[in-house]
Ligand binder design. Structure first.
Ligand SMILES: *Cc1c(COP(=O)(O)O)cnc(C)c1O
Length: 385
C-alpha cells in the first residue's frame, strides 16, 4: 500500500483534527493546468467555493487564474486575495441586490445569469449605478454528468440555468435591457465527473447552440464550460493530479470556437482536492457485535462529504505498518451519518494513532460547521508547518 508523504514528527505536537495542505502538490497541479492551456485561447477561473482558504487562494491568484464566485462574499474574498476583479465570473440562481451591487462596484468580468427576473434586477441596479453589466446566459444543456444526483446540475429537473428554448425570448428582450451587455454563454453540468464523454456531449450541445446565435447579430465573445472535472478519491497517491491533458484536449477537439472567441473553464475540485488531508487521531477502538469501530476525533463537522453525498475518501494510518484489518471509521458527532468509511482496510490501529483522510482539499474546510459546539479545525501548510 503506497502512503502519502507527511511530516508526521511535526504532527505529534499539533491538536487534532486539522487540515494539512501539501503546497508543493498544489503548485504542481496549477503548473500542469497552465502548461496544458498555454498556447490556447483558454482561461481558467478557479471556483472559490471548493476552498477559499486565503493561503490557497494566494497560490492560485499568483499564477494568473481568474475566479468563479457564487456569492458576494466570495467576490470580496477573491479580490482580497489578489484575483483581478475583471477576471471574476459570478454565478448563482439567487443573487441578491446587495451581491449584485458588490459585483457592479468591482466591475467584474461577467454575471452568469440564470433567470429572466435576475436579468431585470441586474439591469435596473446597473442603470442606477450608471454601469453596463456584462452578462453570460447560463444555459442548462440537459446533459447527464453521470455523477451523484446532489452534484448533478445540468439536467432539466435541476434548479440551475435557463432553458435553451428561452433563448429567442431572451434575445428579443435584451434590447430593452439597455444596461446589460451579452458577451457569452455559460454551462456547468455537475461535479466529480470522471467519465469525460459527458464533456464531449456538452461540446456537441454547445456547437448546436452557437448555430442558433449565428444569425441573431449577437457576438458571443466567450464560451464558459464551467467546471466539474473529477479526481481519484480511491487512489490519491497513484493519481495526485487529474487528467488535465485529456480534459483540455477534448474541448480543443470537439468544441467549435468561432474566430477570436475565448473558452473559459471554472475548475474547483480538480485544482485543490488532492493537496488537502484531514488529520485526525484515534480516540477509541470499540468492538461492536459485527464491526470494529474506530472512533476518531474528526467528524462530519470538519468534513461533511461522506455524510452529505455518500462520498468516499482514502484513509491512511500514518503511525502503523501492521497488517490491514477491516474498520468502520466514524466521528464523534451525534448523528448516525457521521461515518467516514465502512469496512475499510486500514493498518491495525490503536488509540492515539494518527490518520490522514485524503483528498479533502475540496469541499472540506469550506463546508465545516460548529454543530455540537465544536471548534473549527485549523489549517497547516507543508512549507510553513
Ligand atoms: C461548483 C461550481 C464550479 C466548480 O465545480 P468543480 O466540480 O469543483 O470543478 C464551477 N462553476 C459553477 C457555476 C459551480 O457552481
Amino acid at each position: 500500500m503506497i502512503k502519502g508523504k507527511f511530516p508526521i514528527h511535526k504532527f505529534n505536537s499539533i491538536e487534532t483534527p486539522f487540515y494539512y495542505y501539501d503546497v508543493n502538490l498544489l503548485q504542481q497541479t496549477i503548473n500542469t493546468i497552465q502548461s496544458e492551456i498555454k498556447d490556447k485561447p483558454y482561461h481558467v477561473h478557479y471556483a472559490l467555493k471548493a476552498n477559499s482558504n486565503p493561503r490557497i487562494l494566494q497560490e492560485i491568484s499568483g499564477k494568473g487564474f481568474g475566479a468563479d464566485c457564487v456569492s458576494g462574499n466570495e467576490i470580496l474574498r477573491a479580490i482580497e486575495n489578489n484575483f483581478d476583479s475583471n477576471q471574476i465570473a459570478f454565478a448563482g440562481i439567487g443573487k441578491t441586490d446587495k451581491e449584485i451591487e458588490i459585483a457592479l462596484k468591482n466591475d467584474i468580468f461577467t454575471f452568469n445569469v440564470e433567470s429572466i427576473p435576475e436579468m431585470h434586477a441586474i439591469n435596473s441596479l446597473a442603470q442606477t449605478e450608471n454601469k453596463k453589466a456584462r452578462i453570460a446566459l447560463r444555459i442548462n444543456p440537459n446533459i447527464d454528468a453521470h455523477t451523484h444526483s446532489y452534484i448533478t446540475t445540468g439536467l432539466d429537473d435541476n434548479k440551475f440555468g435557463l432553458d435553451e428554448k428561452q433563448i429567442p425570448e431572451i434575445l428579443a428582450l435584451l434590447p430593452s435591457l439597455s444596461s446589460l451587455k451579452l458577451i457569452g454563454v455559460h454551462f456547468h453540468i455537475g461535479s466529480q465527473i470522471t467519465n469525460l464523454s459527458s464533456f464531449k456531449n456538452l461540446c456537441y450541445k454547445i456547437n448546436e447552440i452557437q448555430k442558433e446565435f449565428d444569425n441573431t447579430g449577437y457576438i458571443l465573445e466567450h464560451i464558459n464550460v464551467g467546471g466539474g472535472l473529477g479526481v481519484d478519491y480511491e487512489q490519491p497517491n497513484e493519481f495526485p493530479i487529474a487528467n488535465f491533458k485529456d480534459y483540455f484536449n477534448l474541448f480543443s477537439t470537439h468544441l467549435e470556437l468561432r474566430k477570436k472567441q475565448t473558452l473559459h473553464f471554472e475548475l474547483g475540485r480538480s485544482v485543490v482536492a488532492q493537496c488537502g488531508s484531514l488529520i485526525t487521531r484515534v480516540t477509541y477502538l470499540k468492538k461492536g457485535i459485527k464491526k470494529n469501530f474506530l472512533i476518531v476525533d474528526a467528524g462530519m463537522t470538519d468534513l461533511i462529504r461522506p455524510a452529505l453525498y455518500q462520498a468516499t475518501h482514502h484513509i491512511e494510518n500514518l503511525t502503523s505498518n501492521q497488517e490491514a484489518l477491516d474498520y468502520d471509521i466514524v466521528g464523534p458527532i451525534c448523528e448516525s451519518s457521521d461515518i467516514f468509511a465502512k469496512d475499510f482496510k486500514l493498518n491495525k490501529s490503536k488509540r492515539g494513532d494518527i490518520l490522514a483522510i485524503r483528498s479533502a482539499g475540496a469541499y472540506g474546510e469550506v463546508m465545516a460547521s460548529q454543530y455540537n459546539c465544536r471548534d473549527f479545525a485549523k489549517s497547516f501548510f507543508s512549507d510553513t508547518i
